[in-house]
Design a protein around this ligand. Structure first.
Ligand code: NOJ
Length: 758
């Protein structure tokens, strides 16, 4: 094809100028887009020019070339290279993007084929699942949510973006913002837990971290809000399973973190594998068009999940590939990941009028817009000399260590068992995860390498010297055999104290990793009971990707630290906390049930007509279990203590559009500097529809020195007070509201209230 038309030339020049300015800004600016930073500023300024350039492209493209832009294929995962048949498609203009293609040299080589050997010369787009780090692996997202520190998630996403972009990756399939109340579902590890409000705050933070305020910059990537939508509602917690949920739940539970991503400028959406009320998400015009486009005005690209378009056949809504392609594209799914139904049948569908040219062009427009916003027409190549310098940079590792320690939750600490005494000279380090590099990274590790990981054993050997640590694994993570227990018990008996590191193998959470029982794997509890029976002092560290039912441990272990999967710096961060160099301040973003029979269990339950009354059988309860969880949402201890006082709610009465300020003092009443997460919960006492018994509406993590006191203030506005009435309208209804300022969803805290007048 001939040379680009004038608009394309104009935009390339404008982009070159923008790129020079960006590089200058990069040198001068600190990291971080900052809360509320507009996205993507440069692209917005050039919006009209981009649209004109896309018009030019569309006028020149054949149907096959258009369909090519909608095709994404899976490069060779281990090497990150495109295969020969894929490069041939690039040459023919029939491949717009890849996933798993990565590495500066690999991506540049493939890009050269697109730009030098294809007729159209549209740059390729390289996507990759950069979920919690690229080479430097940060804590899993569920862990980062436990920090209740969105700035930490923003920082880790920014570093992940910098490393990924240096390795030629433009586009991440993150953040995963699925709310779920079912810890059997393995993908709970990838999100921010059970709460819509916390999930929305983390969703926006991660989008800002990945994209900054302009993802054309050479240290940012385009983000994807996934999986749209309600994937976390899979029946029985079984991955890919059916979801049947009311529109109220969609709007109250599942939508808000996606909306927060849109408001933060997220570049793209990915459809989910599940059906929603009978219509698979990938072919669901209600969520893809009515809500995402018409209500929210989203102008980014929408990609299917892996082979999800072809899976419409298995769902039983499409008879064949052509049918699947037609349904998906017409519903609003634009890019097809891995299956090839659109590429193979799109031309015929167009000729038969089953898809329209406008629909096809609209989808191609969104893909090209993404490429423009990424600056690919101007800077398609990546500087190969930067890659090695940036991956695993010591500064990135320091931040990974800080965030990992910040993400840990002290579930229990009887008698100040933790921190360990500084006088310890001989520690037993036992348990399947104490020295397992691969497990400590968790699932979705990008290009992380097990050999980079510092284990708990490494860190303790660094601290105490090799002779100060007696290590015995006891069993591997699945713990099918008790053959190694003897050595573990001998290590415990011959040491002053033991650190027992238990948990799940990394592959037991994440995609396709649902469990029907969420207890400690195999015989791990048996190992723990045997250690307990020695009578030696010990503490438990958990590494896992979901809440676990650890009722016995919760009753018997002196101390339990929930470390989740902490990433590359796992061992150092665990040692920092166990040895008291870092005072833990994380809080649970998800409820720990006592048993799987309690699932789904979440703090913001609805009141029932027969609330629990121990004296009355005919109230809402179990015969064989308390209703309460083992550990509540928002729970987490510290090595110091805090007290709340002086609640103020002002004004006492307001209008529906008014604001209410809630404040209280928090004081460190202990002897160590420490962090508290002050949490604000709200209840609309009497409304036209039932409201949760408590709903999180604000939080702040603070560091206080011993004796220090600080005032925390929260502002509640219309969005916080509103509900969806029976007709689905968002309204603030007059009446009494109760507020709690507290330190856990199940702690009484300080209670007050205000009135909304009619
Ligand atoms: C399937 C997963 O559901 C999705 O989250 C991921 O981004 C894609 N595979 C690509 O790896």
């Amino acid at each position: 094809m001939s040379r680009p038309l004038p608009a394309v030339v104009r935009i390339a020049l404008a982009a070159a100028l923008a790129a020079a300015l960006i590089t200058l800004a990069l040198l001068l600016a600190p990291r971080g887009g900052g809360p509320g930073s507009p996205a993507p500023a440069v692209a917005q300024d050039r919006a009209a020019e981009i649209e004109a350039a896309i018009d030019d492209w569309l006028a020149r493209m054949t149907v096959e070339q258009k369909l090519g832009q909608l095709q994404q294929l899976d490069a060779d995962f281990p090497t990150g290279r495109l295969r020969d048949d894929q490069l041939q498609l690039v040459r023919e203009g029939r491949l717009g993007s890849t996933l798993n293609g990565r590495g500066a040299a690999n991506t540049n080589a493939a890009q050269r084929v697109a730009l030098e050997e294809s007729s159209l010369r549209i740059p390729l787009l390289f996507a990759f699942d950069v979920i919690h780090g690229y080479r430097t692996v940060f804590p899993v997202p569920l862990a980062e949510a436990s920090s209740w520190d969105p700035a930490a998630a923003e920082s880790s996403a920014a570093i992940a973006a910098e490393e990924a972009r240096a390795a030629g990756v433009h586009w991440t399939f993150a953040p995963m913002v699925d709310v779920t109340r079912d810890p059997r579902w393995g993908r709970i590890v990838e999100g921010a837990g059970e709460d819509t409000y916390l999930g929305s705050v983390f969703s926006a933070a991660r989008v800002r971290g990945f994209q900054g305020d302009d993802y054309a910059r050479p240290d940012r990537v385009a983000a994807t809000a996934k999986h749209w939508v309600a994937y976390g509602g899979a029946e029985a917690g079984r991955d890919y399973n059916t979801v049947d949920t009311s529109e109220r739940r969609l709007r109250e539970w599942y939508f808000p973190p996606f909306r927060a991503a849109v408001d933060a400028g997220v570049a793209s959406f990915m459809t989910s594998f599940n059906e929603i009320n009978g219509v698979p998400a990938t072919a669901n015009p209600f969520v893809l068009r009515d809500v995402l486009r018409d209500e929210w005005g989203f102008d980014g690209a929408v990609i299917s999940d892996y082979t999800a378009i072809r899976e419409l056949i298995a769902h039983g809504v499409a008879a064949d590939d052509a049918d699947a392609a037609q349904l998906a594209l017409n519903a609003g799914t634009e890019i097809e990941m891995v299956s090839r139904t659109l590429a193979e049948h799109g031309a015929r569908l167009l000729a038969e009028g089953r898809i329209s040219e406008a629909t096809l062009d609209g989808a191609v427009r969104d893909v090209l817009r993404l490429k423009y916003r990424l600056g690919l027409f101007d800077r398609p190549y990546v500087d190969e000399s930067r890659e090695q310098a940036i991956l695993n940079d010591p500064a990135h590792r320091r931040e990974a260590r800080r965030i990992a320690a910040r993400s840990m939750v002290l579930l229990k600490n009887d008698g100040g068992a933790l921190p360990l005494s500084p006088n310890l000279r001989r520690v037993a380090l036992v348990g399947p995860l104490a020295d397992s590099q691969v497990d400590m990274m968790g699932t979705w590790i990008g290009d992380g390498k097990a050999e980079d990981v510092v284990t708990v054993r490494d860190a303790f050997e660094d601290e105490l010297g090799r002779r100060g640590v007696r290590y015995a694994q006891g069993c591997d993570a699945e713990c099918r055999s008790a053959g190694g227990f003897g050595n573990a018990l001998a290590a415990v008996r011959s040491s002053q104290a033991a650190v027992v590191v238990l948990g799940e193998p990394w592959s037991w959470s994440g995609e396709a990793s649902s469990r029907s029982r969420i207890d400690l794997p195999g015989r791990q509890e048996q190992l723990l009971r045997a250690i307990d029976a020695t009578g030696r002092p010990y503490v438990v560290v958990l590494m896992n990707g979901r809440p676990l039912t650890i009722d016995w441990a919760a009753r018997h272990a002196p101390a339990i630290l929930e470390a989740w999967y902490p990433g590359t710096e796992a061992g150092n961060a665990v040692a920092d906390v166990l040895l008291g160099k870092v005072n833990p301040g994380g809080k649970l973003p998800v409820t720990f049930p006592r048993s799987t029979g309690q699932i789904p269990i979440h703090y913001d339950e609805k009141p029932t007509g027969r609330p629990f009354d121990p004296a009355n059988k005919y109230t809402s309860k179990y015969l064989d279990s308390p209703n309460t969880p083992l550990y509540a949402f928002g729970h987490g201890l510290s090595y110091t203590t805090f007290a709340l006082s002086g609640l103020s709610v002002s004004p006492a009465s307001t209008s529906a559009d008014g604001t209410v300020t809630v404040s209280a003092q928090v004081r460190n009443t202990g002897r160590r500097t420490g962090d508290e997460v002050v949490q604000l919960y709200l209840r609309d006492q009497v409304a036209s529809v039932t409201r949760p018994v408590r709903a999180l509406r604000g939080f702040e993590r603070l560091t206080l020195e011993p004796g220090e006191s600080r005032t925390v203030s929260f502002r509640l506005d219309r969005d916080d007070l509103a509900l969806l009435d029976a007709r689905g309208q968002s309204v603030v209804e007059p009446g009494a509201f109760t507020v709690w300022v507290t330190t856990s969803s199940d702690a009484p805290g300080l209670r007050g209230g205000f009135e909304v007048t009619g």
